[in-house]
Design a protein around this ligand. Structure first.
Ligand code: ZN
Ligand code: ZN
Length: 579
């Protein structure tokens, strides 16, 4: 019977065809007495591209006197694949109340897939316990789907538990787990799992190494990155363009722009627009502005039409190269030359570019001219520029706008209070401090980490937990003495006003990145560059200290903060003191 329905279904292209066939099946008694062709019909109806057919299938289900599990599964499957996968979960719950429908492994699998798409983790947890109750938990497909939901929705502990309990692991599982851990800010675990996967004899594929590379990029440590890339080459996985793109990005994020360029140059597969964009962005964010702009011209010559990402990368590069006029020209002609309409990020780059060169009025006008509602970041960028140029009037304007937009970032308040402090306007500093308290703005605690021989050491401001505290603080004192001989004066403006001068100096002295650098000087060989990752924006005092340390100790220091790389060498920083 089911086979007889098949050819008729193939002829249904519209909802009205489907309804005609349904009428025929009802008359022939198929709907009432033959569940198997009925389920087939429902499955077709629920997954057909004919407009309205999915809702119609759900409606038919409601009118079947004694629906069977396959009828139910057919509709859940259609809903799970639709634009509103959450409806599949609702439909699943409704079916549970129908006596003739008993969930099977497929019912749970379709519903869990819907949860994965809708990122409905709470629902997935409930279905997980039902899966255990129904005795389906040994089903590998179900386990994999569950793992996928947990990993994608960031429930990494649940995903990990499930993963560790799974008796059979196929590569899909490894990939889901490694990618989940990398995206969930647990790069060390992701890399450990990658090693384990190889140890137990699974062969990583392109998807696995993309997850692992992005874990390396997050760690910003070249050792893992380099060994991962060597592995990729040995397995010929670098013949995949996406792998190369992620590798370029990874080397860039580790601060090795030359290494990134080598991957770009040595690619065995054709470059794509994404490849060019990634390389230009890497150059730009690593302070190689001129090289980035050369690449931007070259991509055009090689027949790649720049898109909005290319323009953004080029504008960022202009920032780093201080090429203001060039940036303005790119911005003004992008729509005409390449039909790229500026979006909020391009506007942001322009505000940064103009602000960086002190053209604050023009930056203000740019924000003012944006047809869409300007976002908070633009005003924050302008506020940052006001700090650099000590423009109180513009800073107040920007702060008012930020308040109007409901920003409650501690950074904005601290910036404004620092601007006042630099001009000794203590009353205003106090006012900003009070409004911070009133609005209950909390300071995000700063931390930095540094990799020493494959072990990640984390420091918080004024750290008291590291096992080598005494030598680290001694080293910091030594650093301070040596750089003071080279003219260092602590910039206590960066500390809130209501503590004494000595306390301010201490608070500054023990910023997490300074502790990490002191530890780096103690622990790394005399020539290795010191690489530090920091969760917040580096403060002005730490920036000055890093510059001097790079000169006095003849050591390259790379600090990756929340927004960019700072490469300190011979007393200068690649950001040209603007960040
Ligand atoms: Zn600092
Ligand atoms: Zn810098």
């Amino acid at each position: 019977m089911a086979a007889a329905v098949e050819p008729l279904l193939q002829k249904c292209a519209t909802l009205s065809h489907i309804k005609q066939l349904q009428a025929h099946l009802i008359t022939a008694g198929v709907f009432e007495f033959y569940p198997s062709p009925r389920s087939k019909f429902l499955e077709f109806c629920a997954t057909s591209s004919a407009a309205g057919s999915l809702l119609y299938a759900a409606d038919i289900f409601r009118h079947i006197a004694f629906p069977v599990t396959n009828d139910w599964n057919a509709v859940i499957r259609g809903l799970a694949q639709s634009h509103q996968p959450a409806d599949a979960v609702i439909f699943y719950r409704r079916g549970l109340r129908v006596l003739t429908c008993k969930p099977d492994a497929l019912t749970c699998s379709f519903t869990l897939k819907a949860c994965a798409r809708a990122l409905a983790c709470n629902e997935a947890i409930q279905i997980h316990s039902q899966v255990v109750r129904y005795g389906f938990i040994a089903d590998v497909l179900l386990q994999t789907t569950l793992l996928d939901v947990y990993a994608k929705s960031g429930y990494l502990d649940d995903a990990r538990r499930l993963f560790d309990e799974m008796s059979k692991l196929d590569v899909t599982c490894w990939n889901a787990m490694i990618a989940g851990l990398a995206q969930g800010n647990r790069p060390n675990e992701a890399l450990q799992l990658f090693t384990r996967m190889r140890d137990v004899g699974f062969k990583p594929n392109a998807i696995t190494v993309i997850g692992a590379l992005s874990a390396c990029a997050q760690l910003g440590t070249i050792r893992e990155g380099e060994s991962m890339y060597n592995y990729i080459k040995s397995q010929n996985l670098d013949a995949n363009e996406q792998v190369c793109n992620v590798a370029i990005d990874m080397f860039g994020k580790c601060g090795y722009v030359g290494r990134a360029y080598r991957v770009f140059n040595d690619m065995k597969c054709p470059k794509t627009l994404v490849t060019w964009n990634t390389m230009i962005m890497v150059m730009g964010t690593n302070g190689e502005g001129l090289e980035a702009l050369k690449l931007f011209d070259q991509m055009d010559k090689e027949g790649f039409q720049p898109d909005n990402v290319s323009y953004l990368a080029a504008l960022c590069a202009c920032n780093h190269a201080g090429m203001v006029e060039h940036g303005i020209k790119l911005f003004e002609t992008m729509a005409e030359d390449d039909s790229v309409i500026p979006n909020i990020k391009h506007y942001g780059a322009m505000v940064d570019l103009l602000g960086r060169s002190g053209r604050l009025n023009e930056a203000y006008n740019i924000i003012d001219s944006i047809p869409i509602k300007p976002d908070i970041v633009l005003w924050q960028t302008l506020l940052g520029a006001c700090k650099t140029y000590g423009n109180i009037e513009m800073a107040e304007k920007a702060s008012r706008k930020l308040a109007e937009l409901g920003s409650s970032s501690d950074g904005d308040f601290v910036l404004l209070s620092n601007i006042y402090a630099a001009h000794h306007r203590w009353k205003d500093v106090r006012r900003v401090r009070d409004s911070m308290k009133e609005k209950e703005v909390k300071k995000v605690p700063g931390f930095s980490y540094i990799d020493i021989d494959g072990v990640i050491h984390k420091f918080v401001n004024g750290d008291q937990s590291h096992s080598d505290l005494q030598p680290i603080y001694q080293k910091l004192d030594e650093i301070k003495c040596r750089i003071m001989e080279h003219g260092y004066v602590p910039e206590t403006d960066y500390v809130l006003h209501d503590i004494g001068t000595e306390e301010k100096q201490n608070a500054l002295n023990y910023h997490s990145e300074k502790l990490a650098v002191a530890f780096g000087l103690l622990s790394l060989g005399t020539t290795s560059p010191i690489r530090v990752n920091k969760n917040l924006r580096i403060c002005g005092d730490c920036h000055e200290v890093m510059k001097l340390v790079s000169k006095v100790y003849e050591r390259e220091i790379i600090v990756r903060d929340r927004t960019r790389f700072h490469r300190f060498k011979d007393g200068l920083c690649s950001c040209k003191d603007y960040w």
